[in-house]
Design a protein around this ligand. Structure first.
Ligand code: FES
Length: 352
């Protein structure tokens, strides 16, 4: 039984003070009755051709503005250098590149949206339609009905007739995806050969990262893990983060007889060996050392390297061993590098 039907039955049983009597039965107005559609009010554009043409020009103008925004976005990307700073009221000093890219992208996107909304509000059909509830599965008749509605909708939107809107809209939508090309291209320059060179060079003293003092062989005991950085790397330097990220070292001391890889032994000093601290998977800093097995574990994705066997990968997604730094001792008894790493530090995928 429908809600309305049930309601009427209940109403019939109510005492007379709750409703009017009709032939002895209580009759109550149905609170859920369909109020029907309000009378349709025509917009100016529906009855005035001039107003319709004006709206058409506004929509086309907005789509054209979007095209200009997209073109401006690409032009700004090409024209403004990354480090150019300009004063823009009320934001103060801002990056010219970021500001112009943000502004032109906003114009391009907003204009497409505003054009579509204006088109729908002023030119597309605004006839109110009441749709009855129906079964979820559509029969053939309903499908045909929907198809006809689509056709009518397309006709009423003027998509086929209003060539100017259609052309400018296609232009705006075709041009806009170009912004993605610029954004993707701007994700950052490829590192090229920058990962192949670090601050390590022949004679550079190893500085203990905790004490800031030159590292001496007697400071490194068997079973310990020490971190080091090249001498002369100042925290105040502009590129400190970049340089330390590439040059960070892990120093361990093994019993010489425990070192399986002959080259590793030769590149160390009395069992002290130095490896890059940067994981060769995607570059996390490694810091978990298991002194019994001489394994180091990267905390990010559990790549495990064997420091007694050339830092070979034992487990995990890392593609190649940690690069080793050749070390020795200078006349003052400090540990020094004998050159740069023998392989690029960090993730391997840049080489592929
Ligand atoms: S970054 Fe080290 S395992 Fe992924």
């Amino acid at each position: 039984m429908s809600e309305t039907g049930r309601h009427n039955t209940v109403s019939e049983n109510l005492p007379s003070e709750h409703g009017a009597h009709a032939g002895g039965a209580v009759v109550k107005p149905d609170p859920f009755a369909n109020p029907g559609l309000p009378p349709h009010e025509h917009r100016r554009q529906d009855i005035d051709d001039k107003a319709a043409r004006h709206s058409e020009r506004v929509v086309a103008g907005l789509f054209t503005l979007s095209m200009l925004g997209t073109t401006g976005f690409i032009a700004c990307f090409v024209v403004f250098p990354v480090d150019k700073i300009v004063y823009v009221w009320p934001f103060g000093h801002v990056s010219a590149l970021n500001f112009s890219l943000g502004l032109t992208l906003a114009v391009a996107l907003f204009s497409i949206g505003a054009g579509a909304v204006h088109w729908a509000r002023t030119l597309m059909s605004d006839e109110e339609v009441a749709d009855e509830r129906h079964r979820v599965d559509a029969d053939d008749e309903l499908r045909e009905n929907v198809r006809q509605q689509w056709i009518t909708g397309a006709k009423e939107s003027g998509f086929g007739r209003r060539k100017l809107i259609r052309t400018t809209m296609f232009g705006a939508l075709t041009l806009f995806p170009l912004t993605a090309v610029v954004i993707l291209r701007d994700l950052g320059p490829l590192p090229e050969d920058k990962l192949q060179h670090t601050l390590w060079a022949k004679g550079k003293v190893l500085i203990n990262s905790n004490t800031d003092q030159p590292l001496r062989p007697e400071d490194v005991v068997v079973g310990s893990l020490t971190f080091a950085q090249p001498q002369g790397l100042e925290e105040s330097a502009d590129d400190f983060q970049q340089q330390i990220a590439k040059a960070a070292l892990m120093i361990v001391r093994l019993k010489p007889e425990d070192i399986k890889d002959r080259r590793e032994r030769d590149w160390g000093h009395e069992g002290i060996v130095a490896f890059s601290k940067i994981c060769t998977h995607v570059g996390c800093p490694i810091s978990l050392y298991e002194q019994q097995t001489h394994h180091v574990l990267c905390p990010c994705h559990q790549s495990t390297f064997d420091l007694s066997d050339g830092a070979r990968v034992l487990f995990g997604p890392a593609g190649h061993p940690l690069p080793q730094l050749r070390i020795s001792v200078n006349g003052e008894g400090n540990l020094i590098a004998l050159g740069d790493f023998e392989a690029p530090v960090g993730p391997a995928f840049w080489e592929r």
